[in-house]
Structure formats: C-alpha cells, structure tokens
Ligand binder design. Structure first.
Ligand SMILES: [Cu+2]
Length: 311
C-alpha cells in the first residue's frame, strides 16, 4: 500500500504527468534543495517553539481558549487539505502548563459537527472529553489539575474517531515537572499524516503540518546547549511512526515522565498517541538529517535537518 500511494502522491504533489520526473523532484526534496514548500521560514514557529516553562506554583490557574474550526490548509505546494482544526492549525496549539496548575480550557465548537477535547493524563472522568461531545455552536469548560508531568497529546474523541483525528484535531500538551528540567533549546514535534485523496491511506507525512518544511528550512541549534524535543505521534492509518537522527545519538524518556528512565539510541518508534522527550547533546557541528525510519515516509514529506552551529 505504501509503495502505491507513494508514487501516486509524488505525482500529484508536483502536478507532473511524468512519474519519473516527480520522483526525481521528491529525491531533491529529501535533501532540501527542491522541497516544494510554499510557506515562509517562520510559518511553523508557534508549533515548533514552546512557550517558556513556569516555576511550580500549586493552584495557579492557566486559561486557554480552543476553537474547533474547519480550514483549508496547504500540505505541500499545490496540495490542499480540508482540515478540522483547533484554532486554525494542524496540529493545534502547544499548551504548556506546570504540574499542579489548574488547567482551564474553554472549548468552543465553531463547526457543523460535534467535537470534544480528550486530554491524556490524570483527571476526573467527566473532564475526559469522551462522554460529553460538544454540539455545533456550543462550548464546554475543561478544568482539572494538570498531571502527571510529561508531554501528552490532546485530541478530539467523537466517533468516528479515525475521521476526527485524521482531519487534524490533535496537538501537544506539555506539563512541566515540579523540579524543572535543565535549560535547553526546546522544540515540539508532532508527527502526522494527511490523506489528501480520501482513500483511507496517507499521501503525505509531516512534522508540525507542512511536508518537507524542515528540509527546506533546517532548524538552527547551538551545539553548546542540549536540544530537547517533545515528540508525539498522531499519525492515523499507519500503525507506527518514528524519529531517526543522523550522525549522533540521543536520550529518550517515555512520556517525558520524570520517573521514567532514559535510554540511548538514534531511532525511536511510536504508536499513535505515544510520546516522549528526546535530548540531544550534539557531538559535532554541521547539517544533521532527521526523518522517519519508515523510509517511504521520507519522500512523502517527513524529513528535515538540524543546522548545528558552534557559535
Ligand atoms: Cu471531532
């Protein structure tokens, strides 16, 4: 299935009638030079760079508004997707709180379908976003104490769940631990796929919503400070997605839960809703590739570079 959708996607992505040319273009895109990205370099900043952490202060209230809204988004040059979004983007906004904050999320449904927000984590059952679908034009207030520390997905939980997720209703929630993590260059990466021809298989794979984005615009990091990535997989249709780093190793903590051990690797696989924290102390400067190690995903958009600088 992957090979068939792969060649088809590369074809439709570039509007060429000659598959051979399209595959050549895709091969260029893998290395950045020909990446068919129309968005400017800062287009994904709000989805890549999380807000700063705040010190632990039990009982502090953190209020957010999340609006479900339909929006046509562009996955790759010339390929549009009829998305269902939280606040207009796929993935939705990064929510960041500290353990024991009172997380208060006003959810407004501005679409014509019922939706909800289901947060992973520990909270009262009636705040779980499963048994309380929010009808069109209605709203709901989710309020609970944020725990446990880590990185968690949030997503719509209205059936058919597969449809509501693959359309784009998901995002990242960071819950900072009481004992703060050491300062780092922090990034959020939500891995996903897009079924742009509605055949039940993904045609493109991205990090943070735009195919090939970080191949065209490498992520600049300093070698002198740890790079910390909050990584979540929200890919529908495929059983697994993954993150592989070239030319170095990293440490990985499942769920970002402070009591979970770190393991050392250059490749991590996640099923849907699985997540974790990656920390990289780059040994060498230069361009370090990262991508899914389902290699068919690479030419369908899931590839990028860190530009590691010594300065
Ligand atoms: Cu929904």
């Amino acid at each position: 299935m992957a090979a068939a959708s792969g060649s088809h996607s590369a074809h439709s992505a570039h509007g060429s009638s000659r598959p051979h040319d399209s595959l050549t273009e895709a091969a260029h895109a893998v290395h950045g030079s020909g990446a068919p990205v129309v968005a400017p370099a800062d287009a994904l900043d709000d989805l890549l760079y999380p807000p700063a952490p705040r010190p632990h202060r039990p009982g502090r209230k953190r209020s957010f508004t999340m609006v479900a809204q339909h929006r046509e988004i562009e996955i790759v040059k010339g390929v549009k997707f009829d998305a269902w979004t939280y606040n207009g983007t796929v993935p939705g906004p990064i929510l960041r709180v500290t353990e024991d904050d009172l997380l208060s999320v006003r959810f407004v449904n501005s679409t014509e379908h019922p939706h909800s927000i289901h947060f992973h984590g520990i909270h009262p059952a009636d705040m779980d976003g499963v048994l309380e679908p929010v009808d069109p034009g209605q709203e709901f207030l989710y309020e609970f104490r944020a725990r446990p520390a880590g990185v968690h997905p949030y997503h719509c939980h209205v059936p058919p769940l597969r449809e509501h997720i693959q359309r784009g209703l998901y995002g990242a929630l960071i819950v900072d631990p009481k004992e703060p993590r050491k300062p780092a260059q922090e990034l959020v990466m939500v891995m996903n796929g897009f079924d742009t021809d509605k055949d039940g298989e993904n045609n493109f794979y991205t990090v943070n919503g735009i195919a090939f984005f970080y191949a065209k615009y490498p992520i600049k990091v300093k070698r002198s400070q740890t790079v910390r990535i909050y990584l979540i997989n929200m890919t529908e249709f495929d059983a697994v997605n993954s993150f592989h780093l070239h030319a170095d190793f990293f440490r990985y903590q499942e769920n970002g839960h402070p009591q979970n051990p770190w393991r050392h690797t250059d490749n991590v696989a996640q099923i849907q809703a699985e997540r974790g924290v990656i920390e990289i102390d780059f040994a060498e400067p230069g361009m370090h590739m990262f991508h899914a190690h389902q290699t068919e995903f690479i030419e369908l958009g899931w590839t990028g570079f860190f530009d590691v600088q010594d300065a």
